[in-house]
Write a protein that binds this ligand. Structure first.
Ligand SMILES: NC(=O)C1=CN([C@@H]2O[C@H](COP(=O)(O)OP(=O)(O)OC[C@H]3O[C@@H](n4cnc5c(N)ncnc54)[C@H](OP(=O)(O)O)[C@@H]3O)[C@@H](O)[C@H]2O)C=CC1
Ligand SMILES: Cc1cn([C@H]2C[C@H](O)[C@@H](COP(=O)(O)OP(=O)(O)O[C@H]3O[C@@H](C)C(=O)[C@@H](O)[C@H]3O)O2)c(=O)[nH]c1=O
Length: 287
């Protein structure tokens, strides 16, 4: 089976590269080799390679900056997705497209299901919702996988950022104590690879970790894991502080009800283990 993956230099793209089995013929493209906003390039690549499945991990993901660069956010997250959807439709291939918990407004108090109505409160979320809508309308064979708070050792996501802050400053300040479901990028990559080979019929799927947690609690969990590993002479400090400016809005609550669930206890154990493994990677890189 031929698979075209976009955004391969990104966090999820790198995890997909690490996990891809030998029985798939995969082309990994990045923003240099395949700019998804360029329709002619997208058509040429898709018509040339004739993939059975396109996995779109490419996206504009800078949530704060999107408020100042909304045209660019929409160009990548909406127009780019439309280009892929049209190209997929032309040759009859399937599009697996990644989307986000930030399509929701955060007013819920229990995990969002795929049946809940999106209502994004920031530009990133609006551009991602536009991408979903275009994908669904332009291509018959689409799967949207919404995920949330994705983490790995790659990129500056919350978990490595907090680990690095604690290691360098002993302390971390949480200014926006939102609630969500952290998702391990490798587990997500494995789920996508499973979806490539044995697809579910559902068009919108929620896939996330199963621990519903606040940023403060997550930072505390990271500090505990790091303490066990580094045994600091004084404890790491995790402080909740008022934000000095709030020009952008993240959903206060964006936990997803994942299609795959495990018990709360098992989910916590897995999250602790995943944090532990990122700590090990970071400390090994420093030494
Ligand atoms: N990270 C998270 O917490 C979450 C992510 N998601 C979604 O999951 C998907 C993967 O996210 P993640 O891997 O973390 O994101 P990253 O930001 O790590 O990777 C996105 C990649 O997209 C590439 N890209 C940007 N513009 C273009 C373009 N015009 N053409 C081709 N490639 C482009 C970037 O390339 P370059 O580096 O060269 O600019 C980057 O490598 C995205 O759809 C995202 O919206 C959903 C929920 C949570
Ligand atoms: C590192 C750090 C973050 N924070 C808070 C501020 C803000 O709410 C959030 C920033 O962390 P992040 O950069 O991981 O958050 P953010 O950019 O909002 O991450 C989002 O990315 C996009 C792509 C998604 O689709 C979402 O699911 C979500 O993962 O955490 C602190 O308060 N203190 C800190 O030291």
């Amino acid at each position: 089976m031929r698979v075209l993956i976009t955004g391969a230099r990104g966090q999820l793209g790198q995890c997909l590269r690490d996990c891809t089995p030998d029985n798939l013929e995969v082309i990994f493209t990045d923003s240099k080799t395949l700019d998804i906003t360029n329709l002619a390039t997208v058509n040429a690549m898709v018509e040339g390679f004739q993939p059975h499945v396109i996995v779109n991990t490419a996206a504009y993901t800078n949530v704060n900056q999107a408020e100042n660069e909304s045209a660019l956010a929409f160009k990548v997250n909406a127009v780019g997705v439309a280009n892929l959807a049209q190209a997929a439709q032309k040759i009859g291939c399937r599009l697996i497209h990644l989307s986000t918990d930030y399509v929701f407004d955060g007013k819920a108090n229990q995990p969002y299901t795929h049946l809940d109505a999106p209502n994004p409160s920031n530009t990133y979320g609006q551009s991602k919702l536009a991408g979903e809508t275009l994908a669904l309308s332009l291509c018959d064979n689409v799967t949207i996988i919404r995920t949330s708070w994705v983490f790995s050792q790659y990129s500056n996501n919350f978990i490595p950022t907090v680990i690095n802050k604690l290691l360098s400053e002993q302390t971390v300040q949480i200014t926006e104590n939102t609630t969500g479901t952290p998702t391990n990028a490798y587990e997500l990559a494995k789920f996508i690879l499973q979806q490539i080979q044995s697809p579910l019929s559902q068009k919108i799927i929620h896939y996330s970790g199963n621990v519903v947690i606040t940023r403060l609690q997550l930072a505390q969990m990271i500090a505990e894991e790091l303490s066990q590993y580094t045994m600091p002479s004084s404890p790491y400090q995790v402080q909740l502080t008022e934000a000095t400016s709030r020009d952008w809005v993240r959903p206060n609550y964006s936990a997803l009800a994942s299609i795959q669930s495990v018990t709360e206890q098992e989910a916590r154990r897995q999250l602790q283990q995943q944090i532990h493994s990122i700590i090990q990677t970071i400390i090994n890189e420093v030494n």
